[in-house]
Design a protein around this ligand. Sequence first.
Ligand code: ASP
Ligand code: MG
Length: 603
Amino acid sequence: MALVVQKYGGTSVGSVERIQAVAKRISRAVQQGDSLVVVVSAMGKTTDSLVKLANEISNNPSSREMDMLLSTGEQVTIALLSMALQAIGRPAISLTGAQVGIVTEAEHSRARILQVCTDRIERHLNKGEVVVVAGFQGVSDSEDLEITTLGRGGSDTSAVALAASLKADRCEIYTDVPGILTTDPRLVPTAQLMSEITADEMLELASLGAKVLHPRAVEIARNYGMPLVVLSSWSDRPGTRVVSRLPQPRSLQGMEIAKAVDGVEVDRDQAKIALLRVPDCPGVAASLFGEISTQNIDVDLIIQSIHEGNTNDIAFTVVNRVLKAASAVAEAIAPSLRTHPSLTSEAEVIIDRQIAKVAISGAGMIGRPGIAAKMFKTLADARINIQMISTSEVKVSCVIDESECDRALHLLSLAFDVDLDSQKEITSRQEPKNHPPVRGVALDTNQARIAIRHVPDTPGMAAQIFTLLAQRNISVDAIIQSQRCHIINDQPTRDIAFTVAQADAELACAVITELDRQINCGQVSGDKAIAKLSVVGAGMIGHPGVAAKFFASLAKENINIQMITTSEIKISCVIDETDGIKALQAVHEAFGLGGSEQIIIPA
Ligand code: ASP
Ligand code: MG
C-alpha cells in the first residue's frame, strides 16, 4: 500500500463532470489499496475571474484582501470534490490550508511554506478517508493566523510540500497535457512528451516558463528527493517522471526558506580563451565552436556579452588539459574571422591559465532578488575582481584570478552559510549516464535586456549594481559580463549586461541610470525586443559539440546571437525577439527532439 499525494489543476476540475471524473480516478486508486491525499486548484479560470473582480473595485487592492479573495477558489473545489467522492461511496473530508496547518511566512500573495503539520491528515487517513486539501493557500505563522497564498500556480507547491512532509511514496501532478514536453507545442507542433527528466533539468525549464510545474514545487521535490510524476487527468498514460538524486537529509522545518544557496563550488582546473573583436554577425559562434567540437574538445562556460559597433567578444573556458588544443583552434580560426568584410579592426586571441571558476548554486535563488548581488559583494569586500559572470536560473558563476580561489571559496561559504565539508571542488567531471545531451528547448520572450557599458573594472561594481536592483525588488535573470576591456581615461572598464522581466525594465533602467550618474560609466541602454532561447540537458556535461550544434542551427537560419551565457546543463542565447519562434523551431529540430505524435492541448 502506497501513500500518494495527487494534485489536480484548474482544468482537471473545471466542471461538475470533470470533478466527478476525478473522483472516480481517486476512487480507483483507493480501491487498488493506496492511501490518498488530494490537492486541488480552483475550478477552471476561477482565480483569474476573482482577480478581475478585484480590479474592478480597486486598481491597487491590498494583498491581504487579495489572499482572502483568491483562497476562496480552492475552497469551492475541495468541498465539491469531497461531495463527489462521498456520493460514490468513498469516505472523504475536505480541509483548507489553515485546517491542515500549512504554515507559511506572513507574506501575502507570495508566501513561502515554513512547515506542514501532518497530524490531522494522518488521523483521517487512518480512518480510511481520502483527504482533499485546498492548494495554493496556507496560514501565517504570526499571531493573527492570516490566510496567505503562495503565488500564482502555487498548488503544485502545496502538493509537493505535503508529500514531502507526509513522506509519501510519490506525488502525482495531474494536468491537461500528457506530461512534460520537449518545448511549447503551441509554438512547435512537433513537440514530444518526455518519459523522464531530472529535477535539475526541470528546475531550469520550469523557471524558463515551462508552465506545467511551479518551479518551487520542483525545488522541494529535489531537496527532499520526492518522486514526482506529471500526467494527464484525461488519460491513463504514464506521463513524465521527474527524478531526483537521493538528497542529503534535511529538516522539514523552514521548508522553503531554509537556504537560497546550498552549494559553493570552485573549479581551479580552468583556463580562459577569449576572441576579441570578432564580427557581430550570424555564424561566428557556430564556426568557432563547430571547429572546437570537431577536435572533440569540451567547453565549459561560454560567455558573449553585448556587441560594440560591429564586433563582439566571445570568451570560453576549458579544462587545462585541453587548453593547448583549444587555443590552437582559436588561433587558427581568428584570421578567417578577421577577413570578414564587416570588420574594421583586428581580432585577437587571449589565453589565461591563471583563472578559476567559483559558483554558487541553489534553487532557492529563483525569484529572490539579491543573491547574485550578495555573491558579488562578498567578493568585492575581499577586493577580489570578477573577470567574467555567467548565470543560469539556479547558479551564478564568476571567473576570478586563480590565486584568489581559496579565499573566495572560504568567504562565500561563510556568507551563504554553506557547510565546508559539503562543498564540492570539481576534480573529476562525471558524465551522467544515458542522459540525452539536450532534453528540452525553451523560449522566453518576456525579457528585456539592460546594458551598462564601460563599468570601471574594479572590485565592487557588480555588487553595487545588483544590490541596488535587489533593493528595488527587481529579480534579475541572466547576468553576463564577458571579456571585453576598454581603457577609458587610463581606467580599464568592462560592459555588464543583464535581463529582467519586461515589466521591470523601466524601473531597472531608471535605477541604473541613477547609479550611472554617480559612478559615471559610459552609457545605459535597454532593449525590450529580445528573446532568450535556451537548451537544457544534464547530458551536455562532458559531451562536446552541443553548443556548436545550437549555434550552427541559428546560423543556418541567419539569426544573429546577441549574447551567450551558460551553466553546466544549460546554454542560453539572447536573440532578436522577431527571430524567436523561428529559432525555437530550428533548434528543437536540430537536436532531433521533434516527433510525429500530435500533442493535444486544451484551449
Ligand atoms: N488557483 C491558483 C492559480 O490559478 C493556484 C493554482 O492553480 O496552482 O494560480
Ligand atoms: Mg499550474
